[in-house]
Structure formats: structure tokens, C-alpha cells
Design a protein around this ligand. Structure first.
Ligand SMILES: NC(=O)c1ccc[n+]([C@@H]2O[C@H](COP(=O)([O-])OP(=O)(O)OC[C@H]3O[C@@H](n4cnc5c(N)ncnc54)[C@H](O)[C@@H]3O)[C@@H](O)[C@H]2O)c1
Length: 327
């Protein structure tokens, strides 16, 4: 079978991570990368046989690609996705799908006229501790979930090209850029909440925190997403309390009712090489999944475009409802 030929656009922080994972995938080959910063692309490519471009149009003209992976700043997603789908490529795109729900709808409209695959890379859905939590929810083994508390805390992103990530107009801010990881996870399982409440603390020195409460019939969920203007280590954690117990993920440790859970690697389905959750490779899993779907002629229904659009809609709603506290 011929390998899927892939072009990667944007080789910054996240594009670099995708790039590394393409070195390990099956059934596909990264043949070209494109970044407006040639030196960044050159550094990443090194002496590999991967062609480098600084212009997406030129890359598409020169290369015979089957799939394009978009890792450019979020405000560029919509135009790039639509252009690439219209030209007949499978498109994988980093989160968020776009900066607002209206723009997501434009992509969904475009999808009606193509049989190519499109998926937003919501990596959390592919991460082992979160997959484990979903399996406990789905199996009902601890009864129903009554409370879920999720946190995602990071120092202010300072690495981005032209500092786009810190500009709310370009990234959607702490809700659409950061908290969306957890909002998407919750929304993908429980759908849209009955009610949303939120407080957005816009603090001095650019400390920025959103705490949202998602209220469902018999479940309450809180999601905190914070950028602190201090050198704090990145943290993603949750506490899920069920009728008959709890599941907690904190500091890389997954615990169910007091007992640490060790999961096999998710790197290859069915092949357990006994690696703890700390070695979870959600990025590899999402990319390999998307490639497998394209090679096998099936739709990537683990993450549908409609579901990704709902997550952006939820982020929009939280921003609209949030009580803003300037401190
Ligand atoms: N899934 C995750 O965990 C995660 C984490 C971080 C970022 N992201 C997402 O990944 C995307 C990229 O974020 P990042 O942190 O890599 O940002 P970044 O600024 O580090 O990288 C963006 C890259 O795009 C390049 N670029 C800009 N305009 C371009 C153009 N027109 N054509 C080609 N290249 C262009 C820049 O030179 C830069 O190298 C964003 O959508 C962000 O939300 C996802």
C-alpha cells in the first residue's frame, strides 16, 4: 500500500511536537513542511529528506500531498482548513477548530462538498488518564458521576510566534485556547450543559484565570484554566466523584478509590508495553488514528467536526456569561 503523503504547516511549538510523532507513524510519510520562519523549519528538518517551504500555496503546487496537518496560530485555522478541504486534502487541524462557533459552521458547510476527512486534534480525548475516566463513566462501575473538577494551569505562553497566543483576538484567550481542552472533554461525553456560570479573573500583570461551572441535570462540573505570570510548571488534573467512589488524576498519578492505576501504553492499540500513564502519548495516538482512518477509507468519528464546533460554542458561551473581575 502506498503511504499517505503528508504536509505539515506551522512547525512551531505544537507543529514541532506533531513533526516528532510523524517520525514514528505507520502508513504515512511526512514529505514536506511549511513555516514562514524558514530557519525554524530547517532546524526541525535537519538532514532528513523533507522538503521545506515558507508559503502554503507553493507547497501545495509542488508536492503531491494526500493530507495536510495545520499547526498554525488559531486565527488562521478557518481559512486554511476551508482552502485545503476545497482542494481535496484530508485535513487534521490543531485545536481550537476556529475562534468562534460562526466560523466553525463555515467549515462544516464546506465539508458537505467533500468526501475527505477532517478532524480537530483534541489531544485530551486520546490521553490515557482521560480515556480511563471516560471508561469508568461509561461502564457505570462506580455508579453515576456526580461531580467533576478539572484544572489546567500554565505559566503565560511566551513562546508563540509574534506573541499571537497572548492576544485574545488571535487565540481566543485563556478560555478558547487553554480551558477548551477540558471543556471539549466534558462536552464530548455529556453534551452541552443545561446552564453555564463563569468568573473570569483578569488579574494584575496579565495573570488570567477562568473558572466555569457547567451545570447538568445530576452532575456539576467545574473547569479552571489559568495562565499565571510566573514560572509555574504546567499542570492538568481532575477529580471525578461518583456515587460509589472517585477517580483522581494529579501530578501524573491516576488513582481510583485510593489505588494507583497503571495503564499500558496507548502508543499502539493492542500492544501493551507496560509504560505508565506518565508516558502517555496522546499526540501520537490522535495522529495515527487520523492516518488510519484515511488509509482505511473511514470517517474519524471519534472526534466529529460537529462535536468540535460544539466545544467552541461552549467556550463562546462561557465568555459571554462570565462575570469579569479585574483585580
Ligand atoms: N494540543 C495541544 O496541546 C496544543 C498545545 C499548544 C498549541 N496548540 C495549538 O497549536 C497551534 C499552534 O500553536 P503553537 O503553540 O505551535 O504556536 P507557535 O507560535 O509556536 O507556532 C506557530 C507556527 O506557525 C508559523 N506560521 C505563522 N504563520 C504561518 C503561515 N501563514 N504559514 C506557515 N506557517 C506559519 C509560525 O512561524 C510558527 O512557527 C494553535 O492552534 C494552538 O492552539 C495545541
Amino acid at each position: 500500500m502506498n503511504k499517505l503523503r503528508i504536509g505539515l504547516v506551522g512547525v512551531g511549538g505544537m507543529g514541532g511536537c506533531h513533526f516528532d510523532n510523524y517520525m514514528d507513524v505507520d502508513g504515512a510519510e511526512l514529505v514536506a513542511v511549511c513555516d514562514v520562519r524558514k530557519e525554524v523549519a530547517e532546524k526541525k528538518v535537519g538532514n532528513r529528506k523533507i522538503n521545506i517551504y515558507t508559503d502554503l500555496g507553493k507547497m501545495l503546487k509542488k508536492e503531491e500531498l494526500d493530507m495536510v496537518d495545520i499547526c498554525t496560530p488559531s486565527y488562521m485555522h478557518m481559512d486554511m482548513v476551508i482552502k485545503l478541504l476545497k482542494k481535496g486534502y484530508h485535513v487534521l487541524c490543531e485545536k481550537p477548530m476556529t475562534l468562534n462557533n460562526g466560523d466553525c459552521k463555515k467549515i462544516i458547510k464546506t465539508l458537505k462538498n467533500t468526501d475527505k476527512n477532517f478532524m480537530v486534534a483534541h489531544v485530551v480525548r486520546f490521553m490515557a488518564p482521560y480515556k480511563y475516566l471516560k471508561s469508568v463513566i461509561d461502564s457505570n462501575e462506580l455508579g453515576s458521576l456526580i461531580r467533576l473538577d478539572m484544572k489546567r494551569i500554565s505559566s503565560i505562553p511566551t513562546w508563540s510566534w509574534e506573541d499571537w497566543m497572548r492576544k485574545e483576538k488571535l487565540s481566543g484567550g485563556v478560555v478558547t485556547d487553554l480551558s477548551i481542552h477540558d471543556l471539549d472533554f466534558v462536552q464530548s461525553i455529556f453534551g452541552m450543559p443545561k446552564k453555564v456560570q463563569a468568573v473570569h479573573y483578569k488579574m494584575k500583570n496579565n495573570n488570567d484565570c477562568i473558572v466555569s461551572n457547567l451545570i447538568y441535570d445530576n452532575l456539576s462540573v467545574s473547569c479552571e484554566g489559568t495562565w499565571y505570570n510566573t514560572d509555574i510548571p504546567f499542570q492538568a488534573k481532575f477529580l471525578a466523584v461518583f456515587q460509589n467512589g472517585y477517580v483522581q488524576f494529579d501530578n501524573g498519578k491516576l488513582v481510583k478509590n485510593g489505588k494507583e492505576i497503571t495503564l499500558g501504553s496507548y502508543k499502539r492499540d493492542g500492544e501493551d508495553i507496560g509504560i505508565n500513564v506518565g508516558n502517555d502519548n496522546g499526540y501520537f495516538n490522535e495522529i495515527q488514528y487520523f492516518i488510519d482512518c484515511a488509509n482505511e477509507g473511514r470517517k474519524p468519528d471519534f472526534i466529529t467536526p460537529e462535536s468540535s464546533a460544539k466545544s467552541v460554542e461552549l467556550a463562546d458561551l462561557i465568555k459571554k456569561k462570565a462575570v469579569v473581575v479585574n483585580k
